[in-house]
Design a binder for this molecule. Structure first.
Ligand SMILES: Nc1ncnc2c1ncn2[C@@H]1O[C@H](COP(=O)(O)OP(=O)(O)OP(=O)(O)O)[C@@H](O)[C@H]1O
Ligand SMILES: [Mg+2]
Length: 235
């Protein structure tokens, strides 16, 4: 479960990114987090994995109370989360394979498991043929999919994807969404998709939390599925 209670957060320069935010996302939910540029979406993500800490309120993530969490426990929190960063954060000097494998190495996964899982997750995101490429040699959409494979590979309880369809075409966008929906439905994982993409919101119906100026301005239930995708195609 993810629970924010009266959370306010400002950056060191004084910019307030979140103001009195309260929300609860239960295990296994699929949620869109939306709102205009600068609304606080990425900042909220940074609080989830303790890249930043709230100055007011409490944050609970997968059983961890983040206000009280000691720095040395942060890796254990992060193991429960798979995050696709808006700017990908790939290692430029590592290959696609190594970028995904590294996420497993840092948690001391056995080599045999790494050799088995990395190719299967690269295949899942359609990048088997790019395993030996470096991030610089990839398109934005391909880099995004490497980041997605890396987020999924350790089987985390929750996936947070910041604009996962931001730099890809429509067909690939549906592939990524279908993959995330599968991860949610079959893998029973919490999925939070941060997006600006209004077309995405018209095609898929999930609970949608809207942030504006660091505040939650609406929180609407969805019917957990597709608007048009399965019902007859294009709008
Ligand atoms: N490192 C930082 N230092 C200071 N202010 C920041 C920093 N990062 C973001 N901000 C500010 O915090 C507010 C929220 O930014 P945030 O990145 O969370 O928005 P966002 O909703 O993710 O926007 P976008 O859709 O453009 O990604 C904005 O006013 C932004 O300028
Ligand atoms: Mg952002």
């Amino acid at each position: 479960m993810i629970r924010f209670t009266n959370v306010s957060f400002s950056y060191p320069d004084g910019t307030e990114a979140l103001h009195d935010v309260s929300l609860r996302i239960d295990d296994g939910e699929f949620v869109f987090l939306v709102g205009p540029s600068g609304a606080g979406k990425t900042s909220l993500t940074k609080l989830l994995f303790c890249e930043q800490r709230a100055q007011a309120g409490t944050v609970e993530v997968n059983g961890f109370q983040l206000n009280k969490l000691r720095s040395r426990k942060i890796p254990f929190l992060r193991r429960t989360l798979g995050i696709v960063f808006q700017d990908f954060r790939l290692f430029e000097n590592k290959t696609v394979y190594e970028n995904v494998a590294f996420a497993m190495r840092v948690i001391n996964a056995p080599t045999a498991l790494i050799r088995k899982r990395v190719p299967s997750f690269l295949s899942l995101v359609g990048l088997s043929d790019k395993a030996d490429s470096f991030p610089k040699q990839l398109s934005g959409g391909e880099q995004q999919r490497v980041a997605l494979a890396r987020a999924l590979v350790n089987n985390p309880a929750a996936i947070i994807a910041d604009e996962p369809t931001g730099s890809i075409d429509n067909e690939l966008r549906d592939d990524i969404m279908n993959l995330l929906i599968r991860v949610n439905k079959i893998g029973k994982k919490t999925v939070i998709v941060i997006t600006h993409d209004t077309d995405l919101l018209r095609r898929y119906s999930f609970r949608t939390i809207e942030l504006c100026n660091g505040r939650i301005i609406s929180d609407q239930v969805g019917f957990d599925g597709y608007h048009q995708v399965l019902d007859g195609g294009e709008d």
